[in-house]
Design a protein around this ligand. Structure first.
Ligand code: RTP
Ligand code: MG
Length: 134
């Protein structure tokens, strides 16, 4: 068993897709260890996405992820990082498989509904940002 950190991003929260998205992870066999609605400060967003700070889209990314409430969750299951990213789909929703969250519900790379950690190390680092007492 391992863990991953997912975010139901502000676009998904605003569109009322939180339940749909969490249900897909649960149906896959990932269970919810921690769950909370949060609105990020720019400082927290910059810490979470620190790996991208030199990228041209970093400013927009921080602006978007702080634009409204999101729902953060730690999920647990067999190979949780890989399982969650399979359900989430490719970064660009127009390249994401039908049946994935991004493939089914999004069209723009900047508003792609969900975040999932990209490694066990990232999952541990990110979980500590959103759930410091976990
Ligand atoms: P995430 O971290 O949000 O789960 O997404 P990801 O692993 O699939 O993609 P990543 O490379 O980590 O990029 C983080 C977020 O930055 C935005 N992005 N915009 N304009 C662009 O070319 C571009 N590339 C990436 C996306 O919103 C992506 O989710
Ligand atoms: Mg990423």
């Amino acid at each position: 068993m391992s863990r991953t950190l997912i975010l139901v991003k502000p676009d998904a929260y605003a569109r009322g897709l939180t339940g749909e998205i969490l249900a897909r992870f649960e149906r896959k066999g990932l269970s919810i260890v921690a769950l909370e609605k949060q609105t990020l400060t720019a400082a927290t967003a910059e810490t979470h996405y620190a790996e991208h700070k030199e990228r041209p889209f970093f400013g927009e990314l921080v602006e978007f992820i702080t634009s409204g409430p999101l729902v953060a969750a730690v999920l647990e299951g067999n190979d949780a990082v890989k399982a969650a990213r399979q359900i989430i789909g490719a970064t660009n929703p127009l390249e994401a498989a039908t049946g994935s969250i991004r493939g089914d519900f999004a069209t723009e790379v900047g508003q792609n509904l969900v975040h999932g950690s990209d490694s066990d190390e990232s999952a541990a680092r990110e979980a500590a940002i959103f759930f410091p007492s976990l």
